[in-house]
Design a protein around this ligand. Sequence first.
Ligand SMILES: Cc1cc2nc3c(=O)[nH]c(=O)nc-3n(C[C@H](O)[C@H](O)[C@H](O)COP(=O)(O)O)c2cc1C
Length: 380
Amino acid sequence: MPPIARTPAAPAASPTGPRRLPAGIVPGLPLTALAPMQDVTDLAFMEVIARYGPPDFFFTEFFRVHSQSRPEKHILRSIAENTTGRPVFAQLIGESVPDLLRTVRELLAYPVAGIDLNLGCPAPKIYRKQVGGGLLRDPARIDEILGALRAEVPGLLTVKMRLGFDDAANFDRILELINRHEIDLLTVHGRTVREMYGGVVHYDLIARAVRQTRCPVLANGNIASAGRATAVLEHTRAAGVMIGRHAIRNPWIFRQCRERFARQTGGEGAPAVFQPSLADVREYIDLLYRATSTPAAPERTQVARMKKFLNFIGQGVDPAGAFLHDMRRAQTETGLFAVCDRHLLSDPSRLFAPEPFPGVIARPNREEAFERCSLDTTPV
Ligand SMILES: Cc1cc2nc3c(=O)[nH]c(=O)nc-3n(C[C@H](O)[C@H](O)[C@H](O)COP(=O)(O)O)c2cc1C
């Protein structure tokens, strides 16, 4: 097996003193992070993921920042009440410097690992306000925002970006800004805003970010398995991987990455990579349903929410998509779990596929399509 890069140990140099990224769970291995996902990566979801082997870092879904904003309470809970033991970075989306700085000051009163700026959200409702992915059209504005944030944030300041808006024309210029403002960690989702969530991921441009920036880079986009993570790290030489939708489907993915990385970096006697069975997946579904249920929510709301998660999970159950077909027709909790039992417990020791079966896709709800970053709009 070809070797993969070890995590760079060097701290970010700065006039205010060295700032170090928190150590990973297994120091020296490439880093893993759970991608921020609006309406998904709340406290309950982070805690469920952690049960199966946490990522090195969590990122909150974005706090919206504007003149009237206050940090959303449910997102604050994912920081203040987090019991996973892993660092949580607080992500902001906004463009008004005074409001961003006010929000940063409020968030720094919480146990955040750092402040992360969103430069990637592709939902038109968001980018039309010149925030998220919209800012990628305006490097001068990014310069101003990063300068102000760097002066306000004494600890870790991180950025999560796409390659550009229509194309990657501004990419190199923005990478220079990442260096100029001494960003401590950069995540690159290897697509433009126009490319939304589908199609190819431009890992060659992630590799360019790794070469051109002084900070560690996390590679993001379609990292479907520990095997894919290893291949992406070999190709990009990134410091680690950030994984979103595939962690919904497979919450063991961070543990599997660590096991795979340990073998790849030549760890003598490293354990084999864990392979969950369909029975394990059935248990995960049960845990996820209970963890994400709110007593006040009507059954049909809870069932509808669970189906959004199952849309992803079902991609690894059977190659014909029969589980997804039946699951989408269930109306009640009892009906939904009967479908799960039928498909997952008739041959419980069968292994869950490590990557989605080809052609079995999570179907978005077109009514809400592209209005926001949500599970309804972002199939794999
Ligand atoms: C439902 C959903 C919500 C998302 N919300 C956010 C968000 O709040 N902040 C952000 O930076 N990216 C957000 N993203 C993008 C992901 O963090 C990630 O960059 C993208 O899904 C690609 O990674 P993946 O292929 O591993 O899912 C969201 C993605 C999805 C699917």
